[in-house]
Design a protein. Structure first.
Ligand code: CUO
Length: 676
């Protein structure tokens, strides 16, 4: 297939043959040379069709070509929505490619990349187009800049790709160990974490034509996916002897967490601005962003008041209840503020403007002509410790609503006739003791070639170090005491037992930190059933190969299946971070399993075949389908438990379809090369 992102193919032998009229004025003199920046001697010229009617792109000029593009910025959102519409409206694949080709050098590159990817994601005729992993297209947003100098040197000096050195991306380069938040850098700055976040927001755009924004339970998934990130982050903090994050609930208080990202913005060769310790948020008065902190405070008050009353008012003043079924979904869209918000004039644009306020707090009036910081961009926001504090606050708003709901009762939780007899986790390697999981550091490679502006011939690999764990499996014995097969959903969570000081957590604290590890359907035959599930099949993760293209595929997907994987299937938590780090001396966790009755779980739609990359559906849903689980996201831990259920132990003793196990995660401080 054509590769309409308009980079050279990896073999450097193809060039896109653009119609004369496509060349933007500044390139018209040099258009014959344009290909040469990709290498010499093209063997393939790929013709692009001329357009009868060229799109009028004046609306996009408000975002300069060298400016940063932010999905949180209202002006940028509107520009992106119009460009996406142009891309979606192209009547066929050929004209879509031509339209993209025409627009590519005329609009901001980040804007282009985002809108192009959204369009490819949502058009029926582009199912087989590759979307390059974002870390490969804009690697500057993911790795430290010195790597690029080395990459350039390597590509110039070593022409034989086989002997090229893999450039090392340094570890922990953003702060020293004087800064305690640095202990979490391996999580925040992980390439897989940040590309997942970018991809999630690509699959769930908040703005644009209604048919791509309005997806099943979108608002709820915004809540749940980010809630799970926080549960993971807080647990990871305990592993590193740090207290739970403090939600950023006072917009006037200094922010003690500083952050100096070091990475460069791809567009203007500057590093992203840093934020000093104890910076204070201020009103923003810049060309494309105007914001008063007091407005944000008003929105917060109104949202909280609505939650406490149990209903919101839509734009016509009608009362819409925040009930058990739809409340969280309605709130999700109001708080994030997507075009699905039922009353944006009144409830405002809280979450997005929070990103903006934080991302400009170093230069709120553009006095120093500084751009926004990493918090302004979904590709980079999760690097900053303040991301978790801001989302911690957003999450506390959702939790306030959840707290108001009645606790689940017997009929919501039980599964008549089903008894879980035992639950264990076992490493898949031989002779490992049961219920001990292992974590360590691993070095893996990412191909930077697509995103390097000097057009290296062939691939340039960088090696980065990330947390990894030994693969394991869940072994669950279940008895079905009825005389017919039963269908259910197996839900597996991991909960920390105690906080950073070793103080035990009660059930309500544990449930808020419960990390979803897996969720899968089971059929239970009468009698004893022996269930085994491998950790790599988790419903929240995608494999390494999805996040980064593996070495050996020459950066080209090998078949239709692999092509599909790079699109929707690029959304998903990185498998290497499935479980928390644990501690060197071992750290205890409660592993929890529940088998719920399919009668309450089933969604009215045909089963989705395995091949349709449904492997991260808990975080990302299913493409063009309903969310595959009818229960509230996070069930059974999304609501508080009654006083009669003070502990996980008590809960699992009360319900025979649940079980818990005390397990240990031990961190081994060694670095291992990824097996190729
Ligand atoms: Cu994903 Cu705030 O929504 O970054």
């Amino acid at each position: 297939p054509l590769e309409p992102v308009f980079t050279a193919r990896d073999d450097g032998k193809a060039v896109f043959d653009l119609p004369e009229s496509f060349y933007n004025e500044q390139y018209s003199d040099v258009k014959d040379d344009i290909g040469s920046r990709f290498g010499d001697g093209f063997e393939i010229r790929i013709p692009v069709r001329d357009l009868q009617k060229k799109p009028d792109l004046r609306f996009a000029q408000r975002l300069g070509k060298h400016s940063q593009f932010s999905l949180f910025n209202r002006v940028h959102q509107e520009i992106a929505a119009r460009l996406i519409e142009i891309f979606l409206d192209a009547p066929n694949e050929d004209l879509f490619i031509s339209t993209c080709a025409y627009c590519k050098d005329r609009v901001n590159p980040f804007l282009f990349q985002y809108c192009f990817s959204v369009a490819v994601q949502h058009r029926a005729d582009t199912k087989n187009f590759p979307i390059k992993p974002i870390a490969e297209t804009f690697p500057q947003n993911f790795v430290e800049p010195s790597v690029f100098q080395e990459a350039r040197a390597e590509s110039e000096v070593v022409t034989d790709q086989g002997t090229r050195r893999h450039i090392e991306i340094p570890r922990n380069y953003t702060a020293s160990d004087r800064e305690k938040e640095q202990r979490l850098a391996y999580f925040r700055e992980d390439i897989g974490v940040n590309s997942h976040h970018w991809h999630w927001h690509l699959v769930y755009p908040g703005y644009g034509p209604m048919d791509i924004v309005k997806k099943d339970r979108r608002g709820e998934l915004f809540y749940y996916m980010h809630h799970q990130i926080l549960a993971r982050y807080n647990t990871e903090r305990f592993c590193n002897n740090l207290a739970k994050l403090r939600p950023l609930n006072n917009l006037r208080a200094p922010i003690p967490e500083g952050y100096f990202p070091k990475i460069m913005s791809s567009l203007n060769s500057r590093t992203y601005p840093g934020r000093n310790v104890n910076n204070v948020l201020a009103d923003i008065d810049r060309d494309d962003t105007h914001l008063e902190i007091s407005d944000m405070e008003r929105w917060i008050d109104r949202i909280i008041a609505a939650i406490d009353k149990g209903y919101v008012n839509d734009s016509d003043g009608k009362e819409i209840p925040l009930d058990e079924k739809n409340g969280i979904d309605i709130l999700g869209d109001i708080v994030e503020c997507t075009s699905l918000s039922i009353n944006p004039d009144y409830y405002g644009n809280l979450h997005n403007q929070g990103h903006n306020a934080i991302s400009y707090c170093h230069d709120p009036e553009a006095r120093f002509l500084e751009d926004f910081s990493v918090m302004g961009d979904v590709t980079t926001a999760m690097r900053d410790p303040v991301f978790y504090r801001w989302h911690g606050f957003i999450d506390s708003i959702f939790n306030r609503h959840k707290e108001r709901l009645n606790p689940y009762g017997e009929k919501d939780l039980s599964f008549n006739g089903v008894v879980v007899n035992s639950l264990d986790v076992i490493l898949t390697s031989a002779n490992a003791p049961a219920n001990h999981l292992l974590t360590y550091l691993e070095r893996s490679d990412v191909n930077l070639a697509a995103g390097l502006d000097f057009g290296p011939r062939g691939n340039i690999y960088a090696t980065f170090t990330h947390l990894q764990h030994a693969p394991f499996k869940y072994v669950i014995d279940v008895t079905n005491n009825r005389n017919m097969p039963l269908r259910g959903t197996c839900r597996i969570f991991l909960c920390p037992q105690s906080d950073e000081r070793g103080t035990p957590l009660n059930l309500n604290e544990q449930r808020q930190l419960a990390i979803e590890l897996d969720k899968f359907k089971v059929t239970l035959e009468p009698g004893v059933n022996h269930i085994q599930q491998i950790s790599t099949k988790s419903s929240v993760t995608i494999p390494y190969e999805r996040t980064f293209r593996p070495i050996g595929t020459n950066n080209q997907p090998k078949d239709q299946e692999e092509l599909r994987e790079f699109q929707f299937c690029g959304c998903g938590w990185p498998e290497h971070l499935l479980i928390p780090k644990g501690k060197a001396e071992g750290m205890h966790f409660d592993l929890f399993v529940m088998i719920s009755d399919m009668i309450g779980d089933a969604v009215d739609q045909p089963e989705v075949p395995e091949s349709l990359c449904n492997d991260s559906s808990s975080f990302c849903g299913l493409k063009d389908k309903l969310y595959p689980d009818k229960r509230s996201m996070g069930y059974p831990f999304d609501r508080r438990f009654t006083r009669e259920t003070p502990s996980l132990q008590k809960l699992t003793e009360t319900f025979s379809n649940m079980k818990m196990k005390d397990i240990i995660i031990k961190y081994n401080d060694v670095v291992v090369d990824k097996k190729k």
